[in-house]
Design a protein around this ligand. Structure first.
Ligand SMILES: N[C@@H](CCC(=O)N[C@@H](CS)C(=O)NCC(=O)O)C(=O)O
Length: 261
């Protein structure tokens, strides 16, 4: 079992938490071409979008973290991560979908400013403030879904917890965590204690230490940030269309496959 990944990818983190919950052993590989959009090495052949994660299981390779989650659940049913009833399963999938689309885009947009330095001055303030407001909206939505349960699916850790984990963790690292003393903050404390999560977060933190060189590559255009669907939408709706235009001018962003650039 091989997982093409980047330890910082929240989608890869979700999948690693699921594999670890199931007790499935796997190797990890960081594709050399990640961030270029190139599809001409073994990794690229597995995903025309040139995105991680990709799970390779023998002759089968699967891209997109949600499809990988489905595969993991079907291939290793025990312990189950999805709850039993159709209603609860749909609820878990909706939580995952919001995390993968709207929530991830907010964290990504914040990082474009705070980590990758794509905006300064008033524009940076606007984008940071938008990220903070939207984070609160999404965390309030999550707090209602969690209620007073231990986990998003009720008594047992599961699918939705694995999906929320990397997103909320990123918010905390960016200083936008849930209010102290809230049920969501207590969930986060419980979450961090879980072995599957603790290892995955530790790998992310270890990789973050070497980020400076990577950030430079994205400035020079040696690497191209992928401005895709929800991320592109976030930048525009939050007031950052100038960031997109500058990225096109400086040729250090890319749009998703298929494209001519
Ligand atoms: N919908 C995909 C999104 C995956 C994705 O966007 N991965 C990012 C890393 S977080 C990536 O590999 N980007 C490639 C790039 O930036 O060139 C999934 O759920 O797996």
């Amino acid at each position: 079992m091989l997982l093409y990944e980047h330890p910082g990818s929240p989608y890869a983190q979700k999948v690693k938490i699921a594999l670890r919950e199931k007790g499935v052993a796997f190797d990890v590989e960081l594709p050399k071409s990640l961030g270029t959009g190139q599809v001409d090495e073994p990794f690229g052949m597995t995903n025309p979008r040139a995105e991680v994660p990709v799970l390779v299981d023998g002759h089968t390779s699967i891209f997109d973290s949600t499809i990988i989650m489905e595969y993991i659940e079907e291939r290793w049913p025990n312990p189950p991560l999805l709850p039993r009833t159709p209603e609860a399963r749909a609820a878990a999938r909706m939580t995952e979908d919001v995390c993968d689309t709207q929530y991830e885009a907010v964290n990504w947009g914040f990082a474009e400013v705070a980590v990758f330095g794509r905006a300064n001055g008033a524009l940076a303030d606007t984008l940071r403030a938008a990220a903070a407001r939207q984070t609160t909206v999404i965390q309030n939505w999550l707090a209602v879904r969690l209620g007073d349960a231990a986990w998003f699916g009720g008594e047992a850790f599961g699918w939705a917890d694995a999906a929320v984990a990397p997103m909320l963790h990123r918010s905390v690292l960016y200083g936008m965590g849930p209010p102290p003393g809230s049920a969501l903050a207590a969930w986060y404390e419980r979450l961090r204690e879980r072995a599957s999560v603790a290892i995955t977060f530790a790998e992310y933190e270890a990789a973050s230490a070497g980020m400076a060189a990577t950030i430079e590559r994205f400035k020079t255009g040696e690497r191209l940030r992928e401005y895709r669907d929800n991320r592109l939408e976030w930048m525009i709706k939050s007031g950052g269309i100038e960031v997109v235009l500058a990225g096109l001018r400086d040729r250090n962003i890319r749009f998703p496959w298929p494209n001519d650039r």
